[in-house]
Design a protein around this ligand. Structure first.
Ligand code: BGC
Length: 590
């Protein structure tokens, strides 16, 4: 939290800036277009306050130098000192939600669900600190993390972004994450963003962007509680949520954004909307923007329609639909965050401390990611104490997720929906590559066809989900797709990931490989790569040991560390694990 004197100096600085700004300049600060939709010249001309990369949106060859060059150009445009223009440095935002996942060669940490299993707040702080360094190494200043969702339904495609179904566990990670990311707001710091305000994890049937039906006391107790330590730790930004609360969209909910978050909880940073989230408030864009601005959204994340937003907002102020005091409040908040973060004193991105350091994917960063993988593994079954394995055992490695760094990283890795294969996740090790390092005699046969009882003592079969993000990961009947956001900017009907949580139906190929190997008389150790607990009662019957590995990220070696007993299993389930398929109380069956 800032001291009284820094607060006073920020306030004085912001007031004198505000007094020099025209309405156009103020409104420009409130916009955050996507990089593909805006040039540096347009940033200068329209006084744009921020630009973002949507999931998977990257400049040039997607290397740190490309990012620095891009940010440098936007920054220089925002700082152009021309008559009648007040130079204000631009803020660039990305989703560094499990490491700086958009960028090739970054260290990819386990998704939040795995970190929840680790029960280690100190680890969270170190991960956030390392992520901040890698983000700074690309000239970026702001990340849309941490996600403080308390996922209450495994059907939700964003379950893996949630540390836990348990509010207390999510809350215990909020401050360490913010501290690790924002530090002392000096040159090693990145601005954090607690998201999504509020109730994103509580929607009926786990529908992404759906409706959370709860009395206020429950909303507070379950979903708001993790924000309190984040606010206490001084988180500078909060993102509004796509979901509704009791039928009212959060993006247009003045009570939740202004009265609760800003007034009651005293949040003095700024609130950013989610990707085109304002568009869903009304079929009439002018009305939608008026509702959102008056509800208390301070900055608008817009994929492409930022010019229309600019014009409409100016018009709203001129006609009195949005009071000037609301615009001043929003801009004051945005400028205060920029000042508190020290952005006005920082050199251009190319000349900043971490831009000079090639720390992306550094060995010491990967070592922490590997530690996180080890601590996230949960042992679900171990018949006859088959685990830990001996290094000298004759091992067959099989399963579609055995040698696939893309799959083990999940969504929000290089592309919004994640990637498949080893090629686009540069550096790190697949689970197979990690096993091979420890047990050089191990053999890979993805479909298990090489299984031979005379040649193999045990098989490690790596199974589970393939990558998805947001509504594309929902489990629901087809035809019930909600309108969703997409990086292309067009709301799209999203098809669900599947219609059931039963792994044998969702991914029958996994059981087929397990059974083929079992039929040859070789005991199977299953390693499940997944963004949520799945129903695995059948697979459990056909395996000797079963390990939940969640979405471990780029350092697959952490799995071998534990399978071979160099480290013990210490992970504890962050979510209840359903044993059998059942109807959910509120909705459709499985
Ligand atoms: C997601 C946010 C994310 C934003 C920017 C949205 O679709 O809901 O969590 O920060 O995109 O990529």
């Amino acid at each position: 939290m800032s001291s009284d004197s820094t607060t006073a100096s920020t306030a004085a600085f912001v007031e004198q800036l505000l007094a020099r700004m025209t309405l156009e300049q103020k409104v420009g600060q409130m916009l955050q277009p996507e990089r593909m939709a805006i040039t540096p010249d347009e940033v200068a001309r329209h006084h744009i306050g921020s630009v973002l990369s949507g999931g998977g949106s990257a400049p040039g060859a997607n290397l740190p130098a490309d990012w620095i060059a891009m940010n440098d150009a936007y920054w220089a445009a925002s700082m152009r000192d021309e008559p009648g223009r007040v130079p204000i440095p631009l803020l660039y935002g990305v989703d560094a939600v499990h490491g700086h996942g958009n960028v090739l060669g970054a260290t990819i940490f386990p998704h939040n669900i795995g970190l929840g299993a680790a029960r280690d707040p100190d680890l969270i702080e170190r991960i956030a600190q390392i992520t901040a360094r890698e983000v700074l190494a690309t000239g970026v200043e702001w990340t849309f993390a941490p996600t403080l969702a308390v996922a209450r339904h495994l059907y939700w495609g964003r379950t893996y972004e949630s540390f836990s179904e348990d509010t207390a566990l999510v809350a215990s990670y909020a401050a360490p994450f913010v501290r690790g990311m924002q530090g002392d707001l000096g040159e090693d710091s990145v601005i954090a963003c607690a998201k999504h305000w509020v109730g994103d994890g509580g929607t009926t049937d786990g529908r992404d962007q759906g409706n959370t039906v709860l009395p206020e006391s429950e909303l507070e107790r379950v979903h708001m509680a993790p924000y309190l330590p984040a606010l206490e730790a001084g988180v500078l930004t909060v993102m509004a949520s796509f979901n509704s609360w009791n039928g009212v969209k959060c993006h247009g909910n003045r009570y939740l954004i202004t009265e609760v978050l800003k007034e009651r909880l005293g949040f003095d940073g700024f609130v950013v909307s989610d990707w085109d989230g304002v568009d869903y408030l009304s079929d009439d864009p002018a009305e939608a923007l008026a509702i959102a601005t008056n509800a208390g959204i301070d900055m608008f994340m817009v994929s492409v329609k930022w010019r229309q937003y600019l014009d409409l907002l100016l018009q709203h102020v001129r006609t009195g639909v949005v009071p000037m005091s609301r615009i001043d409040d929003a801009v004051r908040r945005i400028l205060s965050v920029k000042h508190r973060y020290g952005l006005f004193d920082r050199p251009r991105p190319a000349e900043r401390k971490w831009s000079q350091v090639s720390c992306l994917g550094a060995p010491e960063h990967r070592a922490v990611a590997r530690e996180a993988v080890r601590k996230s593994l949960v042992l679900l079954q171990n018949e006859g104490e088959i685990l830990p394995l001996s290094r000298s055992a004759r091992i067959l490695v099989a399963g579609k997720n055995a040698d696939n760094r893309g799959h083990q990283c999940g969504g929000f890795t290089v592309a919004w929906q994640g990637t498949s294969g080893n090629q686009s996740v540069i550096g790190g090790t697949s689970i197979w590559e990690g096993i091979r390092e420890v047990a050089p005699g191990a053999v890979l046969s993805e479909d298990g066809s090489a299984a031979d009882a005379a040649a193999h003592d045990v098989a490690i079969v790596v199974i589970g989900e393939t990558p998805y993000a947001e509504g594309m990961g929902d489990i629901r009947p087809p035809g019930l797709a909600p309108l969703g956001s997409s990086p292309a900017g067009q709301p799209a009907q999203l098809s669900p990931y599947g219609e059931t949580l039963e792994l044998r139906l969702l991914h029958p190929e996994d059981l087929a490989v397990i059974r083929a190997i079992e039929a040859k008389g070789i005991p199977v150790v299953a390693v499940l790569v997944s963004g949520r607990p799945l129903i695995i009662d059948t697979e459990l019957q056909h395996t000797a040991a079963f390990v939940a590995a969640w979405l471990p990220g780029s350092e697959g070696q952490g799995v071998a560390d534990v399978l071979f007993g160099d480290f013990p299993f210490t992970g504890v389930l962050p979510f209840s694990w359903p044993r059998i398929a059942t109807r959910w109380p509120s909705g459709y069956g499985l």
